[in-house]
Design a protein. Structure first.
Length: 379
């Protein structure tokens, strides 16, 4: 729907009010980590009125649309119906650190994932993405029976399908992207809330994997998070997220996918040598703690020895390896798609208009950082 604009190219609030999409208000509010009461107070209506706007019972007036856009920091046109939109339920998004996330954070993550899909969908109108190379994937899930229900066996089957052999996976995130999975790396949540490691969904026509470096900027943890979310994609389509058993299954998948047991059986030692633990960590791209855990899991060392190993690692205070030092672990599919689109004359401002986002928001979704210093004024 083409909206009447003012002389500055801004959508007419009255036209937007007539074509108002209730789900866009819900999405913008959740992305801003705001409650209905927060929004109501800011725009001068009741919380019940915001609920009616979001449920589609009544649309907001033109002046309220203006205030909603200003408070939630979106263009007025963002609230217009008619653009392709994904709608996810929170139970279809898998979180690696579910227990440390609040309902508000999970709602933001759901809305964020919807927008990742919108960006990918817009880009796919201009650029051909890699085909989805996941056996049995169709219609938002992997067909039952495509993989073993046992997480370790499923990881072995995927390694075989992707012809990875038994060696270390040098670039975990790039591997996922070459198989048609959309991955993004962004600081997902603001400083005032706990950080989210990673989350994913297979409920759309293309799997989406979101990683955040905020909680611990450590490439080894980051790689495990990516493999963990890949486990959800392979094992859990059609299942409700959030249960302890599902998270454990994803952990087991990740451990086997990154460090196949048949190789680790001969590689890991029966006595814990910290120099060798660090060597295995570097060789296989996993955390030193994961080496100790895998050694215990495969029966190479006792539980008591593993506990001593964890204590020793804490005392060593091993520095993290930042994700940015490892290009193959930084998502690049969407940013490269933007580069190709620009070669065809489709710029970021044009994508922003197509999506009814600001150009700055498109860049944030692509993982661009705002490195400008913060201006602080003394009172």
């Amino acid at each position: 729907m083409k909206l009447v604009s003012d002389s500055g190219g801004r959508a007419d609030p009255a036209a937007v009010a007539r074509a108002f999409d209730p789900e866009r208000l819900r999405q913008a509010r959740q992305l801003a980590l705001r409650t209905k009461q927060d929004v109501a107070h800011a725009v001068g209506v009741s919380a019940a009125a915001i609920g009616q706007f979001e449920s589609g019972v009544t649309p907001p007036r033109a002046d309220t649309v203006d205030k909603l856009a200003a408070f939630l920091k979106v263009p007025v046109a963002f609230f217009t119906a008619g653009r392709p939109r994904a709608q996810l339920e929170s139970g279809s998004v898998f979180f690696r650190s579910l227990r440390s996330t609040t309902a508000k954070q999970r709602s933001k993550s759901v809305s964020y994932t919807e927008q990742v899909w919108e960006l990918a969908n817009a880009l796919e109108r201009h650029v051909r993405f890699p085909n989805i190379d996941i056996p049995g994937f169709s219609g938002g899930e992997v067909a039952p029976g495509s993989f073993s229900a046992d997480p370790a066996a499923a990881a072995q089957q995927l390694r075989h399908a992707w012809r990875l052999g038994d060696g270390p996976i040098s670039q975990m995130v790039r591997l996922a992207e070459t198989k048609g999975i959309v991955a993004v790396l962004v600081p997902m949540v603001e400083d005032e809330v706990a950080k989210i490691d990673a989350f994913s969904t297979v409920a759309l026509n293309r799997p989406i994997l979101v990683l955040s470096p905020d909680r611990a900027d450590d490439v080894y943890r980051h790689r495990f998070s990516a493999a963990h979310e890949l486990g959800h994609i392979i094992l859990h389509g059609g299942r409700t997220a959030g249960t302890v058993d599902i998270e454990r299954e994803a952990d087991k998948f990740a451990a086997e996918f990154l460090t196949p047991a048949r190789v680790m059986e001969s590689r890991l030692r029966t006595r814990l040598d910290m120099a060798d633990v660090l060597a295995v960590s570097r060789e296989w791209g996993i955390e030193p703690r994961s080496v100790v855990y895998r050694s215990r899991e495969l029966g190479k060392i006792s539980e008591a020895t593993a506990r001593r190993g964890y204590i020793r690692l804490n005392q060593m205070n091993i520095p993290h390896e930042p994700v940015a030092r490892f290009p193959g672990e930084l998502p690049s599919l969407l940013s490269k798609a933007v580069e190709l689109a620009e070669q065809r004359g489709v710029t970021i401002p044009e994508l922003a208009r197509e999506l009814a986002w600001s150009p700055a928001h498109v860049r944030r979704m692509l993982g661009a950082q705002d490195d400008r210093p913060h201006l602080t004024l003394a009172e």
